[in-house]
Write a protein that binds this ligand. Structure first.
Ligand code: SF4
Length: 284
């Protein structure tokens, strides 16, 4: 199995961008060096019911991102990388333990892909000091398949986006031309390693939730994403999200400069019903 630290080395190939940057000296395309940076951590109640539960999810937002989505709703953190704070692996482990003491149902790692080699070290330290709650890997799914296999001992639940089914769209909206190929391989690896969602008292303990954010004017993309799920992992838990609002560069995009309209909402709702997908639908 691949060693995550070896993928970073002096020429980073940790994520599918494989930009080959020496992160000890320079920032990669993920806009980060080889040191952990977080934007914030808190108890978050806005995730899917089995993730947030009654007490909330212990969410840690990492600075930077290996995608460059023009509509990113977290763009000050992910794209502009403002308001960041450097932490050591020991400090990150202490944050995890603090969130556990606050009764969080899990540790929810948001946009972790470019830091997995350091996050796994922090998880080891935290577990040695008493961390027992599940680890949720909350990702765009722009992750290497081999990295997902290497995460098997560290991650319990995957909260994984399937953003696009067309590489032209992913190039235009997120700056990468192989999203669909990469993300579907990663999602299948997540499903192989963790399987269907397992709940205990309504809270996720293990498994996979596949998320899809519906984008205005991109209904064919949504259709193909839902069909891909139905054909490849029909019994997976799906979360269809309608929370889109124009942010960052999307304000100037001809299709993305508005919210979802009622016709789009009901069209997707009917499709989810027709395909008999199981999971969660966010209200508009
Ligand atoms: S993790 Fe960052 S530096 Fe490494 S390959 Fe990906 S984008 Fe480049």
């Amino acid at each position: 199995m691949v060693k995550l630290k070896d993928l970073v080395g002096n020429s980073c190939k940790l994520c599918p961008r494989e930009c080959g940057v020496d992160r000890n000296r320079f920032k990669g395309l993920c806009k980060t060096y080889n040191k952990l940076e977080i934007a914030s951590y808190n108890i978050h109640c806005g995730e899917e019911p089995p993730i947030s539960g009654k007490n909330g999810s212990g969410t840690i937002f990492f600075a930077g991102c290996n995608l460059g989505c023009i509509y990113c709703q977290n763009y000050p953190i992910s794209q502009l990388v403002k308001a960041k704070r450097a932490v050591t692996t020991e400090e990150l482990a202490d944050i995890m333990l603090k969130l556990q003491r606050k009764k969080a149902h899990n540790i929810n790692l948001v946009t972790p892909s470019h830091f997995v080699h350091l996050i796994t070290e922090a998880i080891k330290i935290a577990r040695n000091k008493g961390l027992t709650i599940p680890i949720v890997y909350n990702t765009s799914s722009y992750d290497k398949e081999e990295v997902i296999y290497a995460l098997d001992d560290f991650v319990d639940v995957y909260l994984a986006d399937l953003k696009y089914t067309d590489n032209k769209i992913s190039k235009e909206l997120s700056g990468v031309s192989n999203y669909f190929d990469v993300a579907t391989k990663a999602i299948l690896a997540m499903y192989r390693t963790k399987g269907k969602l397992v709940l205990k008292d309504g809270i996720a303990k293990k498994g996979l939730i596949v998320r899809h954010l519906v984008l205005p004017g991109f209904l064919k993309n949504t259709e193909r994403a839902l069909y891909w799920i139905k054909e490849n992992i029909p019994d997976v838990t799906v979360s269809v999200m309608f929370q889109y609002f124009p942010a960052y560069k999307a304000l100037n995009h001809e299709k993305l400069n508005r919210k979802i309209n009622p016709d789009e909402y009901f069209y997707v709702l009917n499709l989810v019903e027709k395909l008999e997908l199981d999971g969660y639908i966010q209200e508009v």
